[in-house]
Structures are given as C-alpha cells and as structure tokens.
Design a protein around this ligand. Structure first.
Ligand SMILES: NC(=O)c1ccc[n+]([C@@H]2O[C@H](COP(=O)([O-])OP(=O)(O)OC[C@H]3O[C@@H](n4cnc5c(N)ncnc54)[C@H](O)[C@@H]3O)[C@@H](O)[C@H]2O)c1
Length: 359
C-alpha cells in the first residue's frame, strides 16, 4: 500500500482520531471526490482517500496538507482494502472514470471497476459496520423515454451500446449495494448524480461544460454535437456536495436511490452561446454528428430529495459558469498539459521516499 500525504509523520501510520468520524472516500482525488474530501475535512472528520489516479490527481488534494486529518492512499478499488487502515464509520464510493472519453478507453475494465469496486467497498463496510454512500448516475436511466426522470423510472439503456460499460456497470453496482447492504444490515445512501460541473473538472475529459469553456478560453472552435437542441441539466458542484452531505446524514432509510441534480434544463446551443458570452471569446461554434446513444434529454425529478432532505440547488448556471471559467482561466493561462494516460499520472504521483507514511 502506498500512502501519499504530505509531509511525513512518524508511526502510527494513520493517526488516532480525537474527534469526528473516520471516513474513507474512494475516488477522492477526482473532481467530485476532492470537493467531498474538502467538505468532510471542514466538518472535522478524519478522511482517508483511496485512489489510483486513473483520472484524478494528487494535485486536487494538495490544499489539504495543512490538516493532519487527511491521508491519501494509492489504491485500486478493485482490490481488497488495505488492512492497515483504521475502522471506518462511513465509506463513500466514488471511484470510477466518469466521462465517456475516460470510461470508453477500456470498457471492460470500466465494468469491473464498477462491479469489483462495489464488492470491495461492501466487504470493508461489512467488516467495519460502516454506513455506505454510492455515487451512482443519471446514466442508469439511459436515453430516457420518461421525462423528467423520477427514481421509480427503471431506465432505457442499450446493454450493447458504446455507453453500456458505464451505464450497465453503474446499474450492477446499485444492485450489489442494494442486496449486499440489506443482507449485512448496513445503512446505504445512493445518489443518482446528474451532470455536475465546477472547478477541478479535468479540462480534457470531453464533458460538455469543460469542453466549451476550455475551447472558448483557448479561442478554439466550440464543438456542438447534433443540432444543439438536446438538453442537459447542470448542477454546480457546491450544490451537489451539499446534497451528498444531507443524504449521508439522513437518519431515516431513504428507500433506495435519490436523484441529485439541477432540474433547470439547458439546450446545448444555449450553453455554447452563454459560454462564449461569459468568456468574451471569439471562438466559432462548429457542429459535429451526435454520438451514438447520446441521450437527447436529461432532467432530474428531485421531488424525493426535496421532501427527504429539504435540498435543492441554489447556484444559477451563470454564476456557476463564471466560477468555473475563473478556475479554467488560470489553468489555460498556465498552459496545462493535455490529459495524461493513467501510467503517466501514476508515475507523476509516485510515493514519497520511504514509500509509506501518513499525516
Ligand atoms: N461529475 C458528474 O457529473 C457525475 C455524474 C454522475 C455520476 N458521477 C459519479 O461520481 C463519481 C466521481 O465522478 P467525477 O466526476 O469526480 O470523476 P473523476 O474522473 O474526476 O473522478 C473519479 C476518481 O476515481 C478514481 N478512480 C478511477 N478508477 C479507479 C480505480 N479503479 N481505483 C481507484 N480509483 C479510481 C480516479 O482516479 C478519480 O480520482 C464517479 O463514480 C462518477 O460515476 C459523476
């Protein structure tokens, strides 16, 4: 097991927890995971992030150095949890490539990350009696023929299409957690996350907000797929993380998955125009064919989240985009590198001399 915190502390490897919960976050070095770790640390908890840096980066976590309640462990979630970690009160499962560009790179591996990741989290949670949070997705609804999508809608997914590795993997993981947690008597919280955007998204992961913003900031053509009439609903990351925390803190059983997302629907051509306006870019908007199985409409029905959690998004698209543009503006100015393959990322984040330590 490789620990990657900063700076080195003497044994014991993982400090005792004076107060706060002991929490594991798989995929904590990614976009959502790093915001979640930040929020959990701000609440006073001790956080262990397990990540193999396939699509995330330790750079997303450097700001947590100052606390001695954070530990970073390089770990593939398909493997059993390392046994020298403390008992966990909560395990949050976010580890999975999330954008089509990433999850389609090795579709079979994506399926097994979903499947084996769920199995390993379940095994460890059962051992520890931990409450489980699983980051599921609106992709379990596929290309929906019900609109907006409530949690009771069972979906319209093509099991042999190019998105199946992610959609079916996530559906399988929901089934593993539902059955496994029920049998082990564990509390389970599953969020079906709809498109979320914000600072620390990977600039080259092909998701529409980061694509448009980066293209506009670089002055490149903005690629609009299809005729631009397809819609998505965009949730700002701070809103989503507030929903995560509220769902995990809920004492009553939520009775299955809960949609978390912003119900305000936006056409892709409108999004492109807004990004151009907010960046002051002179980029041209160019059209490309719609990818196979690309959902035409996506909007969460968040009645369940409203009723159970009193939660709804608060950040308007324009405000969230301004914050996101400010973040990407700095990165574009620093001429960031294009997406590095997993091996290169892992090498860039190799363990500190001596291999094992914690803070
Ligand atoms: N961002 C969204 O809009 C969105 C929407 C729906 C669902 N989700 C889900 O939320 C979770 C986080 O998504 P994100 O947007 O932060 O993506 P991300 O790619 O930024 O983060 C995923 C993290 O998981 C890690 N990871 C991937 N495979 C791993 C493995 N085998 N072992 C250990 N770590 C591994 C990556 O290195 C990365 O740090 C994912 O499970 C994703 O499916 C995200």
């Amino acid at each position: 097991m490789k620990h990657h915190p900063w700076p080195a502390l003497p044994a014991p490897l993982v400090p005792k927890i004076p107060s706060g919960k002991s929490i594991a976050v798989t995929g904590g070095a990614g976009f959502l995971g790093s915001h979640l770790c930040q929020a959990l640390l701000a609440q006073g908890h001790h956080v262990v992030c397990l990540d193999n840096f396939a699509t995330g980066s330790p750079d997303n976590l450097r700001r947590f150095v100052a606390t001695n309640r954070f530990t970073l462990v390089e770990q593939d979630v398909v493997l059993p949890f390392p046994c020298d970690l403390p008992r966990f009160d909560e395990i949050w499962n976010l580890a999975c490539p999330a954008s089509p560009a990433h999850y389609q790179r090795d579709p079979v591996r994506t399926l097994f990350i979903c499947a084996d990741g769920a199995r390993r989290v379940l095994e460890r949670a059962t051992e520890d009696g931990a409450r489980v949070f699983h980051a599921s997705t609106s992709e379990v609804y596929g290309d929906p023929d019900v609109h907006p999508q409530p949690e009771t809608y069972v979906g319209h997914v093509n099991p042999v299409g190019p998105r199946a590795c992610y959609d079916e993997g996530k559906r399988f993981a929901e089934a593993v957690f539902t059955e496994g947690c029920a049998r082990a008597g564990l509390d389970l919280r599953m969020a079906r996350i709809f498109n979320t955007y914000g600072p620390r998204m990977h600039p080259d992961d092909g998701r529409v907000v980061s694509n448009f913003v980066v293209q506009a900031l670089r002055g490149d053509d903005i690629t609009l797929y299809g005729d631009g009439s397809q819609t998505r609903s965009f949730c700002y990351v701070d809103d989503l993380i507030a929903g995560f925390l509220a769902l995990m803190a809920l004492d009553e059983d939520p009775g299955g998955p809960v949609n978390l997302g912003n119900p305000v629907e936006t056409r892709m051509d409108e999004l492109a125009d807004l990004v151009v306006a907010l960046t002051g870019s002179r980029s041209r908007i160019v059209r490309r064919p719609l990818p196979v199985d690309d959902p035409r409409r996506r909007r969460p029905d968040i009645a369940k989240a409203r009723a159970l959690l009193g939660w709804q998004p608060a950040v308007p698209l324009r405000t969230g985009l301004e914050r996101t543009i400010a973040h990407f503006g700095e990165r574009v100015a620093a001429a960031f590198e294009p997406f590095a393959p997993p091996a290169a990322l892992a090498a860039a984040a190799r363990p500190l001399a001596g291999g094992v330590m914690a803070s």
